[in-house]
Design a protein around this ligand. Structure first.
Ligand code: 5GP
Ligand code: ZN
Length: 111
């Protein structure tokens, strides 16, 4: 498996772990766009949201984990969750991931 995030899940590529359970792995983004920037991913390989539409349980688990991580990291004033999908969505790593961004006020609309 040549997937970068699968290698992070397996430990082949190091990352700063933030949260782990049976289904979810979360780690600090290597190029943070906010004081808190965590990537929340499924342990199993799913390429993108487009490939996950039949797995509502997995998507719910991911979003619930993102909310839990936000609370555990002191983001009481709020935060942003983002899923980039495909070329137009700006997805650069083809393993489904939720960006959790916080620690500063976010802007809208995104680029
Ligand atoms: P995307 O652009 O696909 O939505 O987000 C991919 C994210 O993965 C980017 O924010 C990028 O900084 C992050 N990223 C890319 N390579 C690595 C890596 O090797 N380690 C970590 N921790 N993050 C990475
Ligand atoms: Zn993968």
């Amino acid at each position: 498996m040549s997937c970068l995030f699968c290698k992070i899940v397996s430990g082949e590529i190091p990352a700063k772990s933030v949260y782990e359970d049976a289904d979810v792995f979360a780690f600090a983004d290597i190029n943070p766009q906010a004081p808190v920037h965590v990537l929340v991913i499924p342990r199993k390989h799913v390429a993108s949201l487009a490939e996950a539409v039949d797995d509502a349980a997995l998507l719910g688990t991911l979003m619930a984990a993102a909310g839990r991580i936000a609370a555990e990291n002191g983001l009481a004033k709020g935060y942003r969750t983002v899923i980039n999908t495909g070329a137009d969505g700006g997805q650069t790593v083809e393993h489904l991931h939720v960006h959790l961004l916080g620690g500063r006020a976010m802007h809208w609309p995104p680029g």
